[in-house]
Design a binder for this molecule. Structure first.
Ligand SMILES: Nc1ncnc2c1ncn2[C@@H]1O[C@H](COP(=O)(O)OP(=O)(O)OP(=O)(O)O)[C@@H](O)[C@H]1O
Ligand SMILES: [Mg+2]
Length: 572
């Protein structure tokens, strides 16, 4: 039954513990995590938008640089034809001087040549042997003749190498001639690739048919057809999000940004690995999430720790309250029984006194009036004696009841507990010896005297010793040991009354302090001894502990403080 109660209580505490944890999680962890994740998502979206904006700005800026490069070179050709005559330009020295000055800052033009309206070279300066070539059938020649100025796409030409040319036409003395320059492919390609982003980023140019004008990083070469080219001409920048496979066959998300150059109509393509572009955002996200989850974990651990401690404190308080309640109930029970007993004892005492008087009257009457029948006379006297014995027993019971109920005022004095116990032993020794019981003592001489009520103490110890003697009734011999020592908390003294008697059954141990609980046969005990002891010891600020083993004996340990409780000191 008690174990059931214990398990039920433990279950209640575990339920309380779980509730605390769940409540804390709902009130602190969940909002923290939700807010953390929301901020994180918001931040990463914002950061990604900023990165895309930066990418857009970089691509636009780069487009302008490429356009500026092409425009500048065309402007150089325009300037040359406007400031020089055909006569001066067909002199190789002049032409090479011009090429040198054009390339003075950086090597942008590979060669330069003057071509007449039939497509023949009039002059040429450059690393190739092209002086005797005729261009009348080439695309660029036809275009320049038609449009007046032209920038070609990449083509192989007579030199069998990818290159592109810029050409302008000039009319001089009804004669038309062309200034043609080849743009240095390497310089142009490195200029284009200048904006490459990250380890796997790519930058290249496609013409309007989707032919590579510069080589992409992977999957193609200059002058090859680009796969899946749509060729829609649009203004501004356009983004595409692709999934591509890398060398390890892993899919990678790519962001491709495209923009058309004005002249020639070329498509500048900048592609970047999404992971590489957002690597910083990823780092920041990871750091935030790690610290967020770490904080959440810390909160959880601290909550568990604090809740455990709280439950421990609650458990302790409950235990104390339960103890106090039990004590209150015990005190209440004793008080009501005391009152009842006092009333009953008082009421019974009067009829008992009358019975005793009437008995005496009958005895006197018997003496005066001789009963002739001898047997009847003896029987009459026996009966009257029996009435006397029983009335005396009743008186003994009522006296005990009144003792139990009596609220005597304690008289507090200094008591040398060792000397006091020796006196008690001397008092009881003779009675005990007649029952074959020996007394021994183990008294701590260094004990200081205590403040207590000696007459109440005497009542207590006489009760305990009487009980101990009674416990040897069946054995007919045994030992009672009284010992004293300092209490474990050093705030008082311990007195033990140990006997080698019958011992107490486990099921009875909780009941022995109840009034009227006795295992003695009818008429042998009232069952009030220990309950009187209990109330006296409590009143003097002490406690009683009990250890007992059936057949081996019982040890009662009484602990008294050096001084009784404050209120006793005042009244006493
Ligand atoms: N030292 C002991 N050894 C074994 N049993 C004991 C001992 N002390 C008390 N008891 C048990 O506790 C019961 C209650 O004791 P208590 O002193 O209150 O009443 P009682 O001794 O039976 O009656 P009374 O004290 O009126 O003679 C006893 O009947 C006995 O069973
Ligand atoms: Mg007793």
């Amino acid at each position: 039954m008690d174990q059931d109660l214990e398990t039920r209580k433990n279950k209640q505490y575990s339920r309380l513990f779980r509730r605390f944890i769940v409540l804390t999680m709902i009130c602190s962890l969940v909002p923290l995590l939700l807010a953390g994740w929301a901020i994180n998502i918001h931040y990463s979206r914002f950061a990604k938008e900023r990165m895309m904006k930066t990418l857009e700005t970089r691509v636009e800026y780069h487009k302008k640089i490429i356009e500026l490069f092409l425009k500048e070179n065309r402007a150089k050709l325009d300037f040359i034809v406007s400031t020089h005559s055909i006569v001066s330009l067909t002199k190789n020295d002049n032409l090479s001087q011009i090429l040198k000055s054009v390339n003075s800052d950086s090597w942008t033009l590979t060669d330069i040549g003057i071509i007449d309206e039939n497509g023949d070279h009039l002059a040429y300066v450059g690393p190739y042997d092209l002086i005797d070539k005729n261009y009348s059938n080439t695309l660029w020649f036809k275009e320049v003749m038609e449009k007046g100025s032209y920038t070609s796409d990449m083509f192989m030409g007579f030199r069998k190498e990818p290159h592109f040319v810029m050409a302008v036409i000039k009319k001089e003395n009804k004669r038309r001639w062309i200034l043609r320059a080849t743009v240095n492919t390497d310089s142009f390609c490195s200029l284009v690739e200048d904006v490459r982003i990250g380890r796997t980023g790519e930058v290249y140019i496609l013409n309007s048919q989707g032919i590579y004008q510069t080589s992409p990083g992977s999957g193609g070469k200059i002058m090859m057809q680009a796969p899946a080219f749509e060729g829609d001409i649009h203004d501004g920048l356009e983004f595409r999000f692709l999934e591509a496979f890398d060398k390890d066959e892993k899919t990678r998300k790519k962001i491709v940004c495209e923009t058309w150059l004005k002249d020639p109509k070329w498509l500048l393509v900048v592609s970047v690995d999404e992971k590489e572009l957002f690597v910083e955002v990823g780092h920041a996200n990871r750091a935030t999430l790690v610290s967020l989850h770490f904080s959440a974990l810390m909160i959880l651990v601290v909550t568990i720790f604090i809740t455990r401690h709280m439950i421990f404190v609650i458990k302790k308080r409950d235990f104390e309250v339960e103890g106090m309640n039990n004590q209150l109930m015990e005190a209440g029970k004793l008080a009501s029984i005391g009152e009842l007993s006092a009333g009953v004892a008082h009421e019974i005492n009067n009829p008992l006194a009358i019975i005793m008087t009437e008995r005496q009257l009958l005895l006197d009457a018997e003496k005066r009036t001789a009963i002739t029948d001898e047997t009847l006379g003896e029987q009459f006297i026996d009966s009257l004696n029996q009435i006397g014995t029983q009335v005396l027993r009743c008186k003994h019971i009522t006296r005990n009841l009144l003792k139990f109920a009596r609220r005597t005022r304690s008289v507090i004095e200094t008591v040398d507990i060792n000397r006091f116990l020796i006196e008690v032993i001397t008092l009881m020794e003779r009675e005990a010896r007649s029952d074959g019981i020996e007394f021994t003592s183990s008294l701590d001489d260094s004990l200081p005297p205590i403040l207590s009520d000696p007459s109440q103490l005497q009542q207590v110890f006489l009760n305990f010793i009487n009980n101990a003697i009674d416990a040897h009734k069946d054995k007919g011999h045994g030992m009672i040991t009284l010992s004293t020592c300092l209490s474990t908390d050093n705030k008082g003294i311990d007195i033990t009354v140990e006997d080698t008697g019958s011992g107490i059954k486990t099921k009875d141990i909780g009941k022995i302090f109840d009034p009227f609980f006795t295992t003695k046969s009818v008429g042998q005990g009232t069952g009030l001894g220990l309950s009187i002891c209990y109330s006296i010891v409590k009143q003097l600020g002490g406690t009683i502990q009990i250890q007992s083993e059936m057949g081996k004996g019982t040890v009662f340990t009484l602990t008294f403080p050096f001084e009784p409780p404050g209120d006793l000191m005042k009244h006493g």
